[in-house]
Ligand binder design. Structure first.
Ligand code: EPZ
Length: 417
């Protein structure tokens, strides 16, 4: 199993490039199942989760090639409707084939996702929405079985804002007969990106960027070519890495409009940020101000940057409160950061972070994707050597993170232990 050896107390400087957004690409790959023929996705990074999704789509009958940053998905021969346990247990986003398979084949059988390191993560909203569209859904022997000879438009109100349920329902509703209205839909940029992709394929979805979406069902969709949006969480991770350092860093190929709340919070912490087109230059202050955050659905502070921002606050001059309302159990990194001599206490889903003058390198263990990224940032900032084990988590969602950070001056080596 690979691990990172990080020599800390480094100053980062220079330019760092953001890759395509994992959480937009995963559902868009599934959306390709909706239109027979060859779709082409550009700006696709090399990530384990995308390989897992490719594996799943191949099982279903698609042909996939990924060369450089271009992925071609040919779903002409899609004929099999099962997402097996081995793949769903590796990656929950496998649930994204539910809507497209129902719409295209009239049937889907998807292993029921279990819990994961960031919480229990139910899929009830996905299932209720499929039922509202007329599917017969039952869960048996660990599998979700859904059937519908013809999905029919419906008005659906999501009790909770859910990225996954909104996208899955969109992908089912585009080929349903009649009109579907989604209320309290998620507004994350990844949802907008899926809407753009589906509309390019010939779908009729309006209301993008709001919580109310209207989908007029169509009979057929067509394969298309589209470039994937930049990953706002990767960009945010790099901005926070830079905020832990003392030289200017420019994060390029990002979409600053997707990062408004983070930019505000970094400014509140005392950083200077200059936005120019698709680049953001950040310069950290001598000493960071403490800043409170509460994670919320977009445009609120993203839960996927909570762990990284917590690292930043461990070195601020005072106390900050960090509350995760999306995944209240997403705090596995707290104990690991305290191993690096951070001072964080947890009361239910609120972490109190008392700033310390320095972190001290140690051996730590990555527990999930974003927690791993947080530990890497902490290792770069800490004094001495930090070893982060189980870094396979990080390869799920960051394309060569160590290579990118080393270009800025970080000292990280990958070892197979
Ligand atoms: C997506 O997960 C992302 N994953 C997550 O990214 C991200 O943390 C999350 O959205 C929130 O932004 C992908 O895009 C592949 P949700 P998703 O449904 O869709 C509750 C990462 O590190 N809920 O928006 O699963 C749920 O428990 C990750 O890249 C239900 O109760 O998240 C949570 O409290 C991990 N029932 C809230 O809604 C449901 O049926 C929002 O979750 C579905 C969700």
């Amino acid at each position: 199993m690979d691990r990172f050896i990080i020599v800390g107390n480094r100053n980062l400087s220079g330019e760092i490039l953001v890759s395509g957004a994992k959480n937009a690409i995963l559902p868009i790959m599934a959306a390709c199942l909706l239109a027979p023929g060859k779709s082409v996705l550009k700006n696709v990074p090399n990530l384990i989760d995308l390989k897992t999704m490719s594996h799943l789509l191949r099982i279903i009958g698609a042909r996939i090639e990924h060369n450089g940053d271009t992925m071609t998905i040919d779903s002409t021969d899609v004929c099999y409707f099962e997402a097996p346990y081995e793949l769903v247990s590796k990656m929950r986003a496998s649930i994204y084939v539910l809507g497209p398979l129902l719409a295209r084949l009239g049937e889907a059988r998807v292993s029921f996702p279990g819990g994961c390191a960031i919480g229990t993560r139910p899929v009830d909203l996905h299932l209720q929405a499929m039922e509202s569209l007329g599917a017969i859904v039952n869960v048996e022997h660990g599998y979700i079985n859904a059937q519908a000879s013809q999905l029919a438009g419906a008005e659906i109100h999501f009790a909770i804002s859910s990225v996954g349920a909104t996208i899955n329902t969109l992908m089912a509703a585009v080929l349903a007969k009649g009109v579907t209205i989604l209320n309290n839909a998620a507004m994350e940029p990844e949802v907008d990106s899926v809407i753009d992709f589906l509309n390019k394929m010939g779908a009729r979805i309006s209301g993008k960027g709001t919580t109310s979406l209207r989908i007029e069902g169509v009979e057929h969709l067509f394969p298309v070519e589209m470039s994937m949006i930049p990953d706002r969480i990767e960009a945010g991770t790099f901005l926070i890495a830079a905020a832990l350092s003392h030289e200017p860093v420019t994060v390029t190929n990002c979409e600053p409009a997707h990062l408004t709340i983070l930019i505000d919070k970094l400014r509140e912490a005392g950083c200077q940020l200059d936005v120019y087109g698709s680049s953001i230059t950040i310069q950290a202050p001598e000493l960071l101000n403490p800043v409170n955050i509460i994670t919320l659905p977009y445009p609120g502070f993203p839960t996927d940057l909570q762990a990284q921002f917590m690292v930043l606050m461990t070195l601020a001059k005072g106390v900050s409160l960090i509350e995760d309302t999306i995944f209240p159990d997403r705090y596995m990194h707290v104990a690991e950061l305290n191993r690096l001599q951070a001072n964080i206490s947890l009361n239910r889903n609120i972490a109190t972070v008392k700033g310390v003058p320095k972190l001290s390198g140690a051996e730590v263990m990555a527990t999930d994707l974003r927690a791993s990224a947080a530990l890497v940032l902490a290792g770069i900032a800490a004094e001495g050597q930090t070893i982060v084990s189980r870094i396979y988590h990080i390869d799920r969602g960051y394309d060569r993170i160590e290579t990118k950070l080393m270009k800025l001056g970080a000292k990280i080596s990958r070892e197979n232990a």
